[in-house]
Design a protein around this ligand. Structure first.
Ligand code: XIL
Length: 346
């Protein structure tokens, strides 16, 4: 095989996230890569709540429609991301007409309307939905988001049931980051177990996979994948990228957000990676994929969070304006050596 999707076809779907300019045809070289190497796509932003329903009852479909049409024209699996999340949710969702916190009853109604309108529109066209994103914290406790504070943890089960009611065939997922942390992994395990015990349809758990060079280890991630799969659901790696940049200290983040100056210490490779870092990064990618392939019976999909380094969100997260190298294709749209090595492994 010479492409990722051919090499991995007996293992799992290999996906990437697409942004609006790419779908609109403004980045043809990235699109060429997508058509060649990937067989699953997810929208990086345009299917999030604040974009789909910017005002109550006013839905904006153009970008999401275009994304799905692109996927269908190219025979790709479509993943919907994401129905209920605390982030990138519109401000109006949590307040009433007086500017006070919305009542529990009304928030449930709003959540239901959003979930069901969106799932209905793309019924039969989306393979699976990230129904709920990021509701468990690193210590395994519930994130005190408006969803949890106003509705309670049962919002999760409600969201899954609202989606299922409209499209009984679509796959339904829970998605989160840092799932390799044992406390978080176990918190998610318990939440998913409760859903299953309550008879809720949940098909898979997504582990985002925004990695750094020192966390998590392959072993930690493998343990998390296997523990969650032991519940009888599939597991997926849904947003993989690997940063080579140092994690900013809290104090540094505060300073940077005030003056937007990035010191060399935090942006060490503005003009290209050192050979040493490049090699370490490639090895890391290959080690993780080797582990994913070993676990093909439980892993249904591996998706990287973007096509090429140039447009990766990691250039701007967790601090803005850096030059990062987190993806499998470089700024000149060339495959990195890990691509060939992964293809050879398969
Ligand atoms: C990110 C996008 O990549 C950015 O463009 C956007 O500004 C913020 O969201 N977890 C998720 C993704 O589930 O939706 C996030 O995507 C990255 C973290």
């Amino acid at each position: 095989a010479t492409t990722l999707k051919d090499a991995l076809k007996d293992y799992f779907y290999i996906g990437t996230a697409l942004n609006v300019p790419q779908v609109a045809g403004q980045d043809p070289q990235a699109i060429e890569i997508v058509k060649t190497h990937f067989n699953s796509v997810v929208a990086e932003n345009c299917m999030k709540m604040m974009y789909l329903q910017p005002e109550e009852g006013v839905f904006f479909w153009d970008e999401a429609d275009a994304f799905i049409e692109f996927a269908e024209a190219n025979d790709m699996q479509v993943i919907g991301h994401t129905l209920v999340w605390h982030s990138q949710a519109p401000r109006w969702m949590f307040v009433d007409e007086n500017g006070d916190q919305v009542s529990r009853e009304r928030l449930i109604e709003r959540m239901k309307t959003h979930v069901q309108t969106v799932v209905e529109r793309y019924k039969g066209r989306v393979h699976g939905w990230d129904v709920v994103n990021e509701t468990i914290l690193d210590d395994g406790s519930w994130r005190q988001s408006p969803w949890v504070r106003i509705i309670g943890p049962e919002f999760v089960q409600m969201a899954f049931e609202f989606a299922h009611e409209i499209d009984p065939d679509v796959e339904l997922y829970y998605n989160d980051y840092s799932v390799s942390r044992p406390e978080k992994r176990d918190g998610i395990y318990n939440m998913v177990k409760d859903l299953i015990d309550n008879g809720v349809k949940i098909d898979a758990v997504g582990l985002q996979g925004h990695l750094s060079m020192d966390f998590p280890t392959v072993e930690m991630k493998e343990e998390a994948l296997q523990k969650l799969a032991s519940l009888g659901v599939k597991v997926m790696v849904t947003e993989m990228d690997i940063t080579v940049l140092p994690w900013p200290s809290r104090r540094h983040s505060a300073e940077v957000s005030l003056n937007y100056e990035i010191s060399d210490e935090y942006n060490p490779y503005p003009n290209g990676l050192s050979e040493e870092s490049y090699t370490a990064l490639m090895d890391k990618y290959v080690d993780f994929f080797e582990m994913f392939m070993r676990n093909k019976d439980i892993i249904s999909r591996v998706t990287v969070w973007g096509v090429d380094d140039n447009q990766s969100w990691r250039n701007n997260w967790p601090i803005r304006g850096r030059t990062d190298y987190p993806l499998l294709f470089d700024r000149d749209y060339q495959p990195k050596s890990a691509v060939t090595r992964i293809i050879e492994l398969a």
